[in-house]
Design a protein around this ligand. Structure first.
Ligand code: ZN
Length: 370
């Protein structure tokens, strides 16, 4: 995944030395879906940023993992030479269903579950930490992890791994709110405040655990493409179908506004932005643009700027991208390709294919019937 780091004074505003690259990145993303955007000016990223030291810039691994703060070694709160050790995600809607609209009961169950997950992460850590340097010949043997260069081959890696993070994730804030209060955070400001309170509660737990253990417990906005469907199926089996809660194929990822809920790009960003500050193990907000807007670079840029101003740490803009393998046209293709006039699924006569190849040289062509 290509990521463009946005930074005021570097590339964000007209007159910044690399403003041209910011512009170019949006041209590329509008055409190819990547890069995504990391916002180094978000307060929770800016607090680590030291000009000229790239290791202090937040980096996003995989689709959203973020490793930055370091309770174990506050002198080295950097993104290099560290990593996430493991994460476990909580099925929030299930806790809400079991609480039967009783907020206090929900928080009690949540506290118990947070403690259970923390203990489970520590159990896993114990297995990892008891390994020796020779068990990780690249990461530890070649000094990739912080301080691993001070260890001998037979030394335990425990202290080095404490630079890493143990993360607690969550699924389905929207369905949790619906189960507890009857509607979700996309629908009212009151629910937005309830949602923020739940996520802040989980983050506070992670921070307290971090201080108590002098280890890095962090809160993850889980990217659970598989898990969100699995949790939903399990809960439908156990509780039956509950309208607005588990009556769809998937629980909504992390703190996202449900994808099926009609909301403008601007409002979605405003709603999701504040959750980024709490989820220090990683987060992402997606905006879906229709095909026409995607080719409108001004509209594309206004979405990126909206994310920047709303406190989003990491954002992605999706839009439909079709490609005609015969003529190479990229954009929205309905039944008929706007460039060469070929119908979707149409098998071309050899003469027609030869003509198109001549007309659009350099485009790898297929049989024309795909
Ligand atoms: Zn075409």
């Amino acid at each position: 995944i290509h990521i463009f780091k946005v930074k005021e004074g570097v590339n964000y505003n007209e007159g910044d030395p690399n403003y041209d690259l910011f512009k170019l990145s949006m041209k590329v993303s509008a055409k190819r879906l990547f890069p995504n955007y990391v916002f180094l000016d978000a307060p929770f990223n800016l607090q680590y940023y030291v000009p000229g030291r790239p290791e202090t810039e937040v980096a996003t691994m995989g689709c959203r993992t973020r490793v930055m703060g370091n309770v174990y070694d506050p002198e080295r709160q950097i993104s290099y030479s560290r990593g996430n050790l493991s994460f476990t995600s909580i099925n929030l809607p299930r806790l809400a269903i079991l609480s039967g609209r009783d907020e206090a009961a929900f928080y009690q169950k949540l506290d118990a579950m947070l403690e259970l997950v923390a203990q489970q992460l520590l159990d896993r850590f114990e297995i990892q930490a008891a390994k020796r340097v020779y068990n990780y010949p690249f990461l530890m043997g070649q000094g990739v992890w912080l301080d691993s260069d001070t260890l001998g081959p037979a030394d335990e890696v425990r202290e080095v791994l404490k630079h890493g993070t143990l993360s607690i994730g969550f699924i389905g804030l929207a369905e949790t709110l619906t189960a507890l209060y009857g509607h979700h955070h996309g629908e009212s400001e009151e629910m937005q405040q309830k949602g923020l309170a739940i996520v802040k509660h989980m983050r506070d737990f992670c921070d307290q655990k971090s201080q108590a253990m002098k280890m890095n417990f962090t809160l993850l906005a889980t990217p659970a493409e598989g898990l969100s469907g699995r949790f939903t199926r399990m809960d439908r089996k156990r509780f039956g179908t509950i309208p607005g809660v588990n009556d769809r194929e998937y629980y909504t990822n992390s703190f996202h506004i449900p994808v099926w809920y009609p909301i403008s790009a601007y409002d979605k960003i405003q709603k999701e932005g504040p959750y980024h500050a709490f989820t220090n193990a990683g987060h992402i907000s997606y905006v879906e643009l229709d095909g026409d807007t995607a080719n409108n670079l001004e509209a594309f840029e206004s979405v990126v700027r909206c994310m920047h101003d709303a406190g989003v740490g990491y954002g992605s803009i999706n839009h439909p991208v079709d490609r005609d393998p015969v003529c190479g046209y990229v954009g929205v293709i309905g039944d008929v390709c706007p460039r060469c006039g070929r119908r979707s699924g149409e098998a071309l006569a050899p003469e027609k294919l030869a003509e198109l190849r001549k007309k659009y040289p350099g485009v790898p062509t297929f049989c024309g019937c795909e």
